[in-house]
Write a protein of this length. Structure first.
Length: 554
């Protein structure tokens, strides 16, 4: 039997090189610029070489999950498929968390893995997993790439990742596989002819509508702004879409998470209109508002089930935005009602418990960083208690300037995402907000930022605790301090050992001074901030309510 490692394709190349060239070429044709990963030998290195031949830059990461987060972030910013190469077995298994992030945030990523060839499966057990089943469990699809029809299969994989709803596709390279079924057709059924009469009727009779924006609205920023800005209708954004309506606009009312900070506005509304919402972003709290909800999306999302009595209309978003624009007048909201609602949330967050001497309140960290960084700064926010202040207190004027793992809410996101943002947007300032727990999961990627000479500022909310979990922890029966508390760590010392500039700070003046130096430095800076978590329970109460403190996930 001929080994897949030495078999030759009909084009005269070794089969694995032929397959690698096919997938790299398909990615390059789709506009992909970067390939991330942690390669093994053989076919993996063929992919790295083929990527270079096709004009893709390879970025070596330390962890596969981090590499996928990097690729997903580039997909988000570039609006092109991201690309990752990993080795078989442990490589693909380690990538699963990143793949899950891309899946739940609907980001197109092609994950390329070598595999134990089907021809040799009976003989080889080492590192052999059912990679097709593993891939299908978290990705849109798992596809085998062989030399039989490599160009067509590679093109299908890349197109499938980008086809709505976008998401990750796992490509298992088995160059010697034979008799594979042809790829299925890409795409989804066409959007039905819009029946937006219910939306028009509801808007025509509404006096106090509120608009909720989700990821489906991202391709239609101009149309949304034309329909909303100047109307006085309050707009709430999901985490992923902050900035569709600029925060400086009178209509920008802050965040919609399904929590309690938006409650006063929603309680006063007589109609809720959702455009492009994805329920994966919303916390599982009960919906308690009387106003009817009409949700418009270009494919069924199931979002109506989240809103008691909600109605989901499947229609092109531009048509729904047009209906909204035609009914933007005639409401009786007070002037700048959205801006006033957001300002009240900001005031309440900033009044949360002050920090003890020798540390900073988390909200003061965010406002200080924002005050000392340019308006175009991209902020990447990790999951953790600090996100409850970072997301509402970081104003943005454009979408994709405030990034977070929203659907999966995974820790370990911020640093890899910031690395990708710096690579995709060279010259633009990038900040990563992370906790000690999240940075611990991605710590070695500091070396990646050093090696790539990336101007990334990593701000660590260091309280040696899983603060978000500690808030939710009951007094008895849930492990006590041993379940949530770490020992003290000097992240500044660790970062210095990796070659990054670093400092520890305990007050706003020192933080501001370090930021000034970091923004002019050619390479990453880690600012280890000693924060006081005492205010987090009050922040949780404001943003998530009592239910949030009783176990609702972030």
């Amino acid at each position: 039997m001929t080994s897949s490692l030495i078999a030759t394709s009909s084009q005269g190349k070794p089969a694995s090189q032929y397959c690698a060239s096919a997938i790299a070429g398909a990615l390059a044709a789709a506009g992909t610029r970067l390939l991330f990963g942690v390669p093994g030998g053989g076919p993996n290195l063929d992919v790295v070489g083929a990527a270079a031949d096709s004009g893709l830059r390879f970025v070596l990461a330390h962890g596969e999950a981090a590499a996928v987060i990097m690729a997903a972030t580039c997909a988000d910013l570039d609006r092109r498929p991201g690309a990752v190469v990993v080795t078989r077995g442990p490589g693909l298994a380690s990538a699963v968390n990143g793949i899950a992030h891309a899946a739940l945030d609907r980001l197109p990523v092609v994950v390329i893995a070598d595999t134990v060839s089907a021809q040799e499966g009976d003989r080889i057990s080492h590192q052999r997993l059912d990679q097709a089943a593993l891939g299908r469990s978290v990705a849109k699809a798992a596809i085998t790439l062989s030399a039989d029809d490599a160009e067509r299969t590679a093109g299908h994989a890349v197109a499938l990742a980008a086809a709505p709803p976008a998401g990750p596709v796992v490509v298992n390279m088995d160059a010697a596989a034979r008799g594979l079924p042809p790829p299925e057709q890409d795409g989804r059924p066409p959007v039905p002819r819009p029946d937006l009469a219910p939306l028009a009727a509801a808007l025509s009779s509404s006096r106090r509508p509120v608009v909720l924006l989700g990821p489906g609205a991202l391709p239609h920023v101009g149309a949304v702004r034309a329909a909303i800005v100047g109307s006085g209708i309050p707009v709430l954004h999901s985490y992923r879409v902050r900035g569709i309506v600029p925060d400086s606009s009178a209509e920008a009312a802050g965040l919609f998470t399904g929590g309690t900070m938006e409650s006063p506005l929603l309680a006063a509304a007589d109609l809720v209109v959702g455009l492009g919402l994805d329920p994966v972003e919303l916390i599982p709290a009960a919906w308690s508002y009387a106003a009817p909800a009409i949700l418009v999306a270009e494919a069924p999302t199931g979002s109506a089930a989240y809103f008691t009595g909600g109605i989901e209309l499947v229609a092109p978003l531009p048509a729904a935005i047009g209906v909204l624009a035609a009914h933007r007048d005639g409401h009786d909201w007070p002037a700048a009602a959205g801006q006033r609602a957001k300002a009240e949330v900001t005031r309440r967050l900033q009044r949360a418990a002050a920090a003890a001497p020798g540390s900073l309140a988390p909200q003061d960290v965010v406002t200080t960083v924002r005050a000392h960084t340019p308006p175009e700064t991209i902020a990447c926010v990790d999951a953790g208690a600090h996100m409850l202040v970072a997301m509402p207190l970081w104003p943005v004027e454009e979408p994709r300037r405030l990034l977070i793992s929203s659907g999966l809410a995974t820790m370990g996101f911020a640093l890899p995402a910031a690395i990708a943002a710096a690579l995709c947007r060279p010259g633009e300032p990038v900040v990563a907000f992370t906790g000690d727990g999240g940075l611990g999961m991605a710590l070695m990627e500091i070396e990646t930022a050093v090696r790539c000479r990336l101007r990334v500022v990593v701000v660590v909310f260091n309280d040696a605790t899983l603060s978000l979990i500690k808030i939710k922890q009951r007094g008895e029966g849930q492990g006590g301090a041993g379940a949530v508390d770490y020992g003290p760590t000097s992240f500044a010392a660790v970062a210095t050992a990796m070659g990054a500039a670093a400092a520890s700070v305990t007050d706003t003046a020192a933080l501001a001074a370090e930021l000034a130096g970091a923004l002019g430095r050619d390479g990453p800076t880690v600012i280890d901030v000693r924060v006081d978590p005492a205010g987090y329970p009050a922040v949780m109460e404001l943003t998530r309510g009592a239910a949030g403190r009783n176990g609702i996930p972030p």
